[in-house]
Design a protein around this ligand. Sequence first.
Ligand SMILES: [Zn+2]
Length: 318
Amino acid sequence: MPDAQVMTVTGLMPASALGVVDAHDHLFLRSPALPGDEFEDLERSAAEAMDGKTSGLGAIVDMTPIGLGRRPNLLRAVSERSGVPIIAATGYHRDAHYPAGHWVYSADVAVLAERIIRDLEIGMDPDDWTDPSADPDPARAGAIKAGTSYHHASDAERRRLEAAAIGSGQCGVPILVHTEIGTFGHDVVTILEGFGIAPHRIILAHLDRNPDAELHAEIAARGVSLEYDTMGRTKYRPDSELLDLIEAVVDAGHLDRLLLGQDLGRRSSLRAYGGGPGLRYLMETFVPRLRRRIGEEAVDAILVTNPARAFALETASA
Ligand SMILES: [Zn+2]
């Protein structure tokens, strides 16, 4: 697909021009599930993106969904200041990220889907859909987020998966699904297939939190992308474990299904906010080790070729 395009917050661009893609990260975020760990400062987030770029990142997929402090105008500003293309997300997270009484629990599938589609086709709501009459930001989303819980999906999460499927079917963008501790992966694929979604449009996030290479090879064999993002999570596990996992999944024949992100969803994970490991960690620390494990060509597939394919738009209306 030499002409494949992706939708960034500053408009369409060729997927082949993205370079190294951080397939799951966050530049602005606020969640009741992470009190005190919000980050919403333009200067600091722009500095973090610059730091990532200096380390070798070509583009960032910002997976902050509706209701978690998504800021389309600030994403545009970060992209313009840093020169880093940013693909933004619409869609919804799992239940734990929304307070009781939030509209994402009560809205029917049609409303949930309508908001996703407006974010994709017209421009993202400027303020997390707190005021549906607000004018959309010019920045359009280029991917859809969804989320499930530990070994299950609630009824509300299933409605949001259906809305994601409607949006993906209409607008030709992929769906990235948060899995909790890497669980419920097969089920998510089955549910989305039931809504008419082709496996190659599905990305399962955080599967490496359950680093079970046999399970991952099985899921990858269904044609789904697996997004890993535990590098630098040293308090939970050493990077060597993720290197082992990637090597095993590659050896099982699924190199083409792997994506890497960093998912730095906390203020305390970002260097520009005084924490770490920061956006530079992937390219500066992890990737050199990965190159020694699986070689340059395989690393390029994971960082460049696979995300260009995974995030490419697939409809004429794009
Ligand atoms: Zn995330």
